[in-house]
Write a protein that binds this ligand. Structure first.
Ligand SMILES: [Fe+2]
Length: 207
């Protein structure tokens, strides 16, 4: 803090180079400060919803959010790294699902904030929190890419179903509705589209 203040005083005085400085217009750069709300804490909004219910919703939402952030990134990884005869259709499909997951992420994160919580956001924090198995850095075969995505979807679906039960019991109907109408339905639809690519069916000659 002391170093920052010294730096800011120096910025106001002007540099050694001696040029005239527009002091009032000078942005105060390279600032840091204390957190105004630590992760895991809850602030109170007039939502007619008990603090305990909101805290439970926030915990469940942040877990689903961290796993959805990883799933979203896995879609982009596979969009780039896909190979073989189905390259074009999977390249497009993976990007479509990426965009749909990105939309869910915004809804989940904003739901955490509107309940008074702090949304998990940065990759290094997400990596510590996610339950999705870490994918290799290199390229995988298409069936492995698809299976890895399906496993991640199933984990998120299981978490979302548990969270629907919890939030419904707590009368956090807004969260329950988001999880049912958006998270569950989107993930179920994407599971269908992926699964059909793993049916070992003849391409040309019926058997
Ligand atoms: Fe692209």
């Amino acid at each position: 803090m002391a170093v920052q203040r010294k730096q800011q005083r120096k910025q106001r005085r002007g540099g050694k180079e001696g040029g005239a400085r527009a002091l009032e217009a000078q942005p105060l750069l390279r600032q840091r400060g204390k957190e105004i709300q630590p992760f895991g804490t809850v602030v109170d909004y007039p939502l007619a919803l008990a603090a305990k219910s909101r805290a439970e919703s926030i915990r469940a939402l942040n877990q689903i959010l961290s796993d959805t952030l990883v799933l979203r990134d896995m879609y982009k990884k596979h969009h780039w790294q896909v190979s073989g005869a189905t390259f074009f259709q999977l390249h497009l499909l993976f990007d479509k699902h990426f965009k749909e997951q990105a939309a869910l992420i915004d809804m989940l994160a904003e739901r955490v904030q509107m309940l008074g919580g702090v949304a998990i956001a940065m990759a290094h924090d997400v990596a510590e929190m996610t339950r999705i198995e870490r994918a290799p850095r290199g390229r995988e075969q298409v069936p492995a890419q698809l299976s890895r995505l399906l496993d991640a979807h199933e984990l998120i679906l299981a978490e979302a179903r548990e969270a629907v039960k919890l939030t419904s019991e707590n009368r956090d109907d807004g969260t329950a509705d988001l999880l049912m109408s958006d998270v569950l339905r989107t993930n179920e639809m994407q599971v269908w589209f992926l699964s059909e690519h793993l049916v070992d069916t003849p391409l040309v000659r019926a058997t």
